[in-house]
Design a protein around this ligand. Structure first.
Ligand code: E4P
Length: 274
């Protein structure tokens, strides 16, 4: 399984890459806003174009960086995707264009399929696409058919949705059981999907049936337990926020064991390393 870092914060990215196991970066407009606001609040003078270049160089060749379009029609997304790729891919040959699976923002609009149309065109031009905001297995299937290089199911947001719909209070990092929550003898579900992990599992199962080349990026990950359960699904990639990556390395008994080994080290053994 590849591990991406889900942030646009350059300090987090640099530190995470120094750990030796990070394979790529995913960003979105909200993550860019959070990062830019953070640095501007600290008084740093940032131009977004240079900032993005820095992200790409930090990731380096062979480590993909997803950059999202902001339009919501076939033409705007296609043109923006081409522009982002042309402007930035020369720097480290690692740009992936993020396109929402369904860019329509009104209830009965006319742009429901524009994401797929843009994916089809960008992929035909040889531009790799990460299809984002996937909330159902069917969306993932359609995106793969349209030629997406990656699909990003949002596990955490499905768990949020199930809780929200059923008025269950929660905080963002709370664990949600992968096999679903039973309330009043009924399992909560969104059209048979009982959790974010089950959404990813369903997509993994569908893609195996048809041997799609599209890779699955498990996204919107909220805690280390969910990251572990997503790894069990066989998803190709997990994109994980910085605090969750840090949570994944920690265990009290490991720390305790380290302390004991350090205490027990005899002088003769230390001398070997002199
Ligand atoms: C993935 O590509 C998205 O940027 C991200 O995982 C969304 O996570 P969130 O639901 O925590 O905002």
């Amino acid at each position: 399984m590849k591990i991406f870092i889900d942030t646009a914060n350059i300090d987090e990215i640099k530190e995470a890459f120094s750990w030796g196991f990070v394979d790529g970066i995913t960003t979105n407009p909200s993550l860019i806003k959070k990062a830019i606001t953070h640095y501007k609040d600290k008084g740093q003078d940032i131009t977004l174009e240079n900032y993005v270049k820095n992200l790409l160089v930090t990731a380096g060749k062979g480590h993909s960086v997803s950059l999202e379009v902001i339009g919501n029609t076939e033409d705007t997304m296609y043109e923006e995707g081409k522009l982002l790729f042309k402007k930035f891919n020369g720097i480290a040959q690692n740009v992936v264009i993020k396109i929402p699976v369904n860019p329509e923002t009104s209830e009965n609009g006319t742009h429901n399929f524009d994401g797929l149309k843009a994916i089809k065109k960008l992929s035909a031009d040889g531009i790799p696409v990460n299809c984002t905001l996937i909330m159902t297995p069917s969306q993932a299937l359609l995106a793969a058919k349209a030629g997406a290089r990656y699909v990003s199911p949002f596990a955490g947001r499905i768990d949020d949705y199930l809780r929200f719909q059923n008025e269950i209070p929660f905080t963002k990092s709370d664990y949600y059981p992968k096999d679903g929550l039973v309330v009043n003898d009924k399992i909560l579900h969104d059209n048979t999907i009982v959790s974010g992990v089950s959404l990813v599992q369903s997509i993994v199962d569908i893609f195996k049936n048809y041997d799609f080349a599209t890779e699955i990026i498990a996204a919107s990950i909220r805690n280390a337990t969910q990251a572990q359960e997503l790894a069990e699904t066989g998803a190709d990639i997990a994109t994980i926020p910085f605090p969750v990556l840090k949570e994944m390395i920690f265990h009290h008994k490991t720390k305790e064991g380290m302390e004991k080994f350090t205490d027990d080290t005899v002088e003769e053994y230390k001398n070997i390393f002199e």
